[in-house]
Design a protein around this ligand. Structure first.
Ligand SMILES: NC(=O)c1ccc[n+]([C@@H]2O[C@H](COP(=O)([O-])OP(=O)(O)OC[C@H]3O[C@@H](n4cnc5c(N)ncnc54)[C@H](O)[C@@H]3O)[C@@H](O)[C@H]2O)c1
Length: 459
């Protein structure tokens, strides 16, 4: 029997008329843009976060996520469509609640579910008939049904009957000027047809295209397929880069030419390793779950090994480059250009640049960095033990380094100036166009080595 006050009709009506009150737990890269979209769609929306600085920022009408303009937050807060709190008691007044908390890995590469558990405990404490709960955090297939559902049902209300439960993966791509929360299709898998329909109604108000699937597990698996696809293909192209390096071929030329095939090929590019909160991490959620069924997911493990070895390969490349100038890593100044995990953003989570810096530091290099998006770097962030500030991107700062290692190709950097000013460059992103005697590229033929004895003899 459907609980009267939890009837789907009431929620359906509130969602249709945009009178439902929406909530989002976790106001980070995923949660803040989502809360803004819900508010923009007309729902009075409350963000809940343990981080009081984020709560205060939202309530003051400011954004701390580069893809979310402060003007949008300011307008929605002024219109009383958006606010934030650290008090979970507000859930009692909400009609919908989305969970957008982190899902990191433990050191053992096992899923760390503590953030989801803590958020769901808070929802359970304030669960009421008619509430729609949607998990968005990337996680292993089965989380919604095996972990979240029993926790919420412990109080006596039944999922799909008294309250509604769904999983809908987030696909945000920070820094992408074309695709954002609003225009990226949203996959929705509910626990039962009604939960799917209600979650689709909620998202349909704020997002252009909704893609319903048959269950929360299917929706969880969709996200993991997407991220595993990227991880494995990046692993493949990194291995191709290592082969090109040995064969004296230019992997960038090869990938660009292959990408002209109008079907059956999608270009991926090599680099110093995997970064970000998703691609290096999420596939291990799938791998962990698969192993519990006795299945050995080989592609994920292999891609993880190849991608994980790339920072070491880059350090070898820097050693090779310095060797050409008869220098060792020990004692050389290496300027790392770009510490964010990908171009045009400020996010350093899991950035391979941090691994490269730590390895260089261990080998005695004087490590510096320059990144227009990252003004300061704490010692604990890169295991180097000391805090640093970005070097200015000036000809003098570039020229002061024995080697400049381009690890993230931010588009605002003047690479012509870098090329002119640097003594030596290791380019892992193909940021420098053309072939130059003082530039070594990842996965490309090295310039001719000038032997010290021959140079001396010629002098
Ligand atoms: N960032 C991305 O590009 C991206 C893309 C797709 C999916 N995801 C997934 O979305 C989820 C969130 O990622 P994110 O990048 O937004 O993380 P984030 O670290 O930017 O934000 C998470 C927020 O949750 C808050 N928080 C943590 N525990 C909480 C709790 N118990 N109650 C309330 N607030 C809590 C934190 O203070 C933080 O503000 C993860 O599962 C991630 O894998 C992220």
């Amino acid at each position: 029997m459907t609980n009267e006050s939890g009837s789907p009709e009431r929620l359906r009506e509130k969602l249709r008329t945009r009178t439902a009150r929406a909530g989002v737990i976790g106001l980070g890269y995923v949660g803040l843009p989502l809360a803004v979209e819900f508010a923009r769609a007309g729902f009075t929306t409350t963000g809940i976060d343990l981080d009081r600085r984020k709560v205060d920022a939202v309530n003051q009408g400011t954004s701390y996520i580069p893809d979310v303009p402060t003007a949008d937050v300011a307008r929605l807060v002024a219109d009383r469509k958006l606010d934030a709190t650290a008090d979970f008691g507000v859930i009692a007044e909400l009609d919908t609640i989305n969970i957008c908390v982190p899902t990191p890995l433990r050191k053992t590469k096992d899923p760390d579910m503590s953030y989801i558990v803590s958020a769901v405990e808070q929802i359970a404490a304030h669960l009421h008939p008619g509430l729609l709960v949607v998990l968005e955090s990337t996680t292993y297939p089965g989380t919604t049904e095996e972990l979240v559902k029993p926790m919420l049902e412990a109080g006596g209300l039944k999922a799909g009957v008294d309250f509604f439960l769904a999983f809908s993966p987030e696909r945000v791509d920070p820094g992408n000027p074309t695709f954002n929360t609003h225009n990226v299709p949203k996959v929705v898998g509910g626990l039962g047809a009604e939960s799917t329909e209600l979650a689709s109604l909620l998202y349909g108000a704020a997002i252009e295209t909704i893609v319903p699937v048959s269950s929360p597990q299917a929706a969880e698996m969709v996200k993991l397929l997407e991220n595993t696809f990227r991880m494995v293909n990046i692993g493949l192209v990194n291995e191709i880069a290592l082969m090109c390096d040995r064969l004296g071929l230019d992997v960038w030329e090869v990938v660009h030419a292959a990408a002209t095939k109008p079907f059956g090929f999608m270009p991926f590019y090599p680099g110093p390793g995997l970064g970000g909160h998703c691609i290096p991490i999420d596939p291990f959620y799938l791998s962990w779950k698969a192993k519990q069924t006795g299945f050995d997911p080989r592609f994920i493990e292999l891609a993880g090994q190849i991608n994980g070895a790339m920072p070491h390969f880059v350090v070898d490349k820097i050693a090779d480059a310095l060797n050409r100038h008869q220098k060792a890593i020990n004692g050389s100044t290496v300027l790392v250009l770009g510490v964010a995990y990908k171009r045009d953003i400020d996010d350093m989570r899991e950035s391979p640049s941090l691994d490269v810096m730590a390895l260089l530091h261990q080998k005695g290099a004087k490590v510096r960095y320059a990144d227009p998006y990252v003004p300061a770097l704490a010692g604990r962030a890169w295991h180097g033990g000391f805090d640093m500030a970005t070097e200015p991107l000036t000809p003098d700062a570039i020229a002061a380094a024995d080697c400049v290692a381009i690890l993230t190709e931010h588009r605002t950097v003047d690479y012509e100036m870098v090329l002119r000013s640097a003594k030596l460059i290791v380019d892992t992103r193909n940021a420098i166009a053309g072939v130059h005697p003082h530039v070594l590229k990842l996965g490309a033929p090295a310039p001719v080595l000038v032997r010290a004895d021959e140079a001396e003899a010629a002098a």
